[in-house]
Design a protein around this ligand. Sequence first.
Ligand code: TXA
Ligand code: MG
Length: 313
Amino acid sequence: MCAVRVDVDTAVAQLRAGDVVAVPTETVYGLAAAARNDEALRRIYATKGRPATNPLIVHVLDRAGLDAWAREVPAAVEPLLAACWPGPLTVVLPAHADVSSVITAGSRTVAVRCPAHPLFRELLARFGDAVCAPSANRSGYVSPTRAEHVLADYRDLPLAVLDGGESALGIESTIVRPHGGTLEVLRPGAVPLARLRALWAGEVTVPSVAAVAVPGSAPRHYSPATRLRLVARATLTHAGHDDVVVCFEGPPFACVGRVERLPADPEGYARRLYALLRELDAGNHSQILVEQLPDDERWHALRDRLRRAASQD
Ligand code: TXA
Ligand code: MG
């Protein structure tokens, strides 16, 4: 019994039968089930080992699909949807009374996103209804950006995996909640804050990296099993033989252990980070030492993820 690749026909049949299917998205792979089937949705929680208090994102094919889930879509949100959908933006809005509490975790709001990945869109179109999908990792672990990651995480389960290649963005969607004239960023992600500000007339508020804004953002999350520490570049040279260093591309520096380099732009860094953390976690390293990220807003989402990956709490 192990996770296996399936084609779209089989994936559609699995969703119809109330089973869970791993799907590719442009952000990270998701673990999808029919959004109108509570039993199927409970299977998502069981498969991931996800706490029942952590709500799910509904994935719709287009803007029209949102109205079936959100009771109210403020006019000010429309420019955001027009510009960012399909794409990595999730909006949290008041839910219709009939939206299952298995989705909302009893919160009366629902998070909705419209994914851009063509294979996932084909699945949604052929299935003909929305699906819920959290990231496909086992709860708390690093999100998967390739089918191989999902196959490895569920080696012991008969999980169907739709292989759509490598996720183009490599970091989760940005989650926002409109609140009167204010747009609250609940989770920074693939849509940059500058883009939100350009599309939203009022104030855009961003939680500090340490704040817990959404139920799933426990201090420790996105974490490899190997201890991960964020350290200043000057300190990286003290890394031991068994440590691995993840630093920015640039001038070489002396270091006795393994060194991995990531691009110095946030998009390039995000595309490779999770796959690299998974690869390093499979090696026999005593620590993963990651060079601190620039204290610049463009790196906010990545700082958030790495802080949580490094957290011991
Ligand atoms: O890019 C993504 O968003 C990926 C792909 C698969 O679409 N999905 C994803 O789902 O990252 P997940 O479950 O790993 O993270 C979703 C976050 C969780 O922290 C959850 O608590 C929050 O969204 N969330 C879901 N519904 C919410 C709601 N009604 N209010 C506030 N937060 C919500
Ligand atoms: Mg997740």
